[in-house]
Design a binder for this molecule. Structure first.
Ligand code: BJ8
Length: 426
């Protein structure tokens, strides 16, 4: 990576602390990804993106801002990228997946909150993430209690807009969500100084649709046995989708998918044929949280699909474009795609998520399901009991795991994952 200290200084970052993060990430990345055998050559691009995660992409965001564009950050897949793109903005996921940021978050938050919320606030407060320092607006959402109360604190440190969220998938819930999308669009118009048009929305929908479809194409290849791409690498691709330039990401992921298609045609994979196959569900696994996938795959299990917000929930559902292509009708269509199509535990009940898990387990020929929750994520942890019952009724082996970003529980996790793998082999 080139020397970006001048750029980071201009962003008001704490350079000394940030250097420590920059020193640690390549070591973790090398151990997690580069030691894998028989990786597709197409993964080189994603290696480069991570190597430049705080460099090249930030320089691109700043160049966009210099030309009058705006950069918006979000923590949740209920925030529609299509609207930001329609206003010539860039949406980036604020990843918050590192233990590095948790202590700074705990300085202002109770310790018994999930690591994602603590790391998010910690990244902002410690001034060690150039994405937080670059965004013109952060869009928060009232999904879980931890996030919705944390926004009150984050708003003291960053420009913040909060979308309200319903709790139930009912007509009244939809009406609230649709109204909130309209209000978000107005706030983004104010931010960008542009007016939302049907042409802009159609352009945004078309680009995001292509991103979703290339992820569909890549994920579908993971149904093969042997699987052509490791779960770690598929997760990395999904994580990068949240902040990379969409056109470049689509082109690179098309190339990776073509390479994996050729592997499938040759019967070539990254694990032996017949290796136990796992579906992971639960809370999002955001960059650089690679803990579970690494332990599972170095224990001989193949992670073949993720039913979570950094997996299928991000891209499976598409926008059904309306016949009348005006702004209100397009916003209706977007509202349906997000509200109807994403099954988050912040909704009660949330049976459709269980249907998705069962369907995906069959489609990807998973031998077992792991429900992976971040500690203190009440909504997903409470939902686990009914998921367990549903999977038992379907005859699908199930393991529930709780963890956070801190090192220290790896051995314990490994023991449980290996025992689960053994039971699947039997
Ligand atoms: S749509 S899963 S991205 S809210 S892990 S912060 S829920 S206590 S992240 Fe999420 Fe949107 Fe839902 Fe997806 Fe709270 Fe749980 Fe923490 Fe979470």
């Amino acid at each position: 990576m080139a020397d970006y200290h001048g750029m980071w200084q201009g962003l008001g970052m704490d350079l000394e602390t940030h250097d420590k993060l920059c020193d640690a990430l390549p070591v973790l990345f090398g151990e997690t990804f580069l030691e894998q055998e028989n990786r597709p050559a197409g993964m080189d691009y994603y290696n480069m993106v991570i190597a430049e995660v705080h460099g090249l992409r930030i320089a691109e965001l700043l160049a966009h801002k210099e030309q009058g564009g705006r950069v918006v950050g979000s923590f949740c897949i209920y925030v529609p990228e299509e609207i930001v793109l329609a206003l010539d903005g860039i949406l980036v996921g604020l990843c918050a997946g590192s233990q590095f940021w948790v202590p700074a978050g705990e300085a202002v938050l109770p310790r018994n909150l999930c690591a994602l919320v603590k790391a998010g606030l910690g990244a902002q407060l410690s001034k060690t993430c150039p994405y937080f320092q670059s965004v013109d607006l952060i869009v928060g959402e009232n999904t879980c209690d931890g996030k919705k109360k944390a926004w009150e604190i984050l708003g003291d440190y960053a420009p913040l807009y909060v979308m309200d969220m319903p709790n139930r998938k009912s007509p009244a819930g939809f009406a609230l969500f649709r109204e909130e999308l309209g209000a978000l669009a107005r706030r983004l118009e104010e931010l960008t100084g542009k007016t939302l048009t049907a042409e802009g929305l159609l352009r945004g929908c078309e680009l995001v649709d292509r991103k979703r479809r290339v992820l569909d194409r890549l994920y579908a290849l993971r149904k093969a046995d042997p699987v052509p791409l490791s779960g770690r690498d598929a997760l990395l691709v999904s994580q990068i989708a949240f902040y990379d330039d969409p056109e470049r990401f689509i082109a690179q992921t098309e190339a990776l998918a073509a390479e994996c298609e050729a592997r499938v045609a040759r019967g070539e994979g990254v694990f032996p044929k017949g290796a136990p196959r796992i579906l992971v569900t639960g809370t999002p696994i955001v960059v650089p949280n690679w803990k579970f996938h690494t332990i599972a795959e170095t224990s001989g299990l193949a992670v073949v699909v993720e039913e979570n917000c950094t997996g299928t929930r991000y891209f499976e559902q598409k926008v059904a474009l309306p016949e009348t292509k005006d702004v209100p009708s397009l916003l209706d269509a977007l509202a349906h795609r997000y509200f109807d199509g994403i099954n988050c535990a912040c909704f009660s009940p949330n049976e459709a998520r269980f249907d998705d898990v069962v369907r995906l387990a069959r489609e990807y020929r998973a031998d077992g399901v792991v429900d992976l929750s971040l500690s203190f994520c009440t909504t997903y942890q409470v939902e686990e009991e009914r998921l367990r019952k549903r999977l038992a009724a379907e005859g699908i082996p199930f393991l529930s795991l709780e963890t956070d970003y801190a090192p220290g529980d790896e051995e314990q996790l490994k023991t449980r994952i290996e025992a689960f793998g053994e039971s699947l082999r039997r």
